[in-house]
Ligand binder design. Structure first.
Ligand code: ZN
Length: 147
């Protein structure tokens, strides 16, 4: 399952640390693919990618594709940003629950739909000039509560 790639001018404001171990994750994200570690001993996923399984402590991670679909667990719009991100404010950040049971935080692209708790989201790759970041876009708003 491929991610939409959104090219962003300039460099990432605060590039994430990368290691030899996480390089496959960043390489794939830059190509529009989302993957993380899946333990070969217990078969459970972990995010972010980890060399040690957080469920059974096995040292035998494999890589597995993640579904790009999920729901917005929570979100916020940041107006008073840390210095590194000040030029990008205001911007939205969300916590996304993927269908596979992974919860992650990422930047929210809030057009054309504004974020709302419970909204359906799709993850996407924000590809800057110096590398990718994970993002999400709202694709459907949650149903209105019954009166
Ligand atoms: Zn495990």
């Amino acid at each position: 399952m491929t991610l939409e790639i959104l090219h962003v001018p300039g460099a990432r404001a605060y590039p994430p640390r990368q290691s030899v171990f996480t390089q496959p994750f960043w390489q794939a994200l830059g190509e529009g693919r989302l993957q993380s570690t899946c333990c070969r001993a217990c078969g459970r996923l972990a995010f972010p990618p980890r060399p040690i399984c957080p469920h059974c402590w096995a040292l035998d991670p494999g890589w597995s594709a993640l579904d790009k679909h999920g729901h917005l667990y929570s979100w916020t719009r940041i107006h008073a940003a840390p210095l590194a991100f000040a030029a990008e404010a205001p911007y939205a950040v969300g916590i996304v629950d993927l269908r596979q049971g992974i919860r992650l935080a990422c930047r929210l692209i809030d057009r054309p739909l504004a974020p709302a708790v419970g909204a359906e989201v799709e993850l996407l790759a924000l590809v800057y000039e110096d590398g990718p970041l994970l993002g999400a876009r709202v694709v459907a708003l949650p149903p209105e509560p019954a009166p």
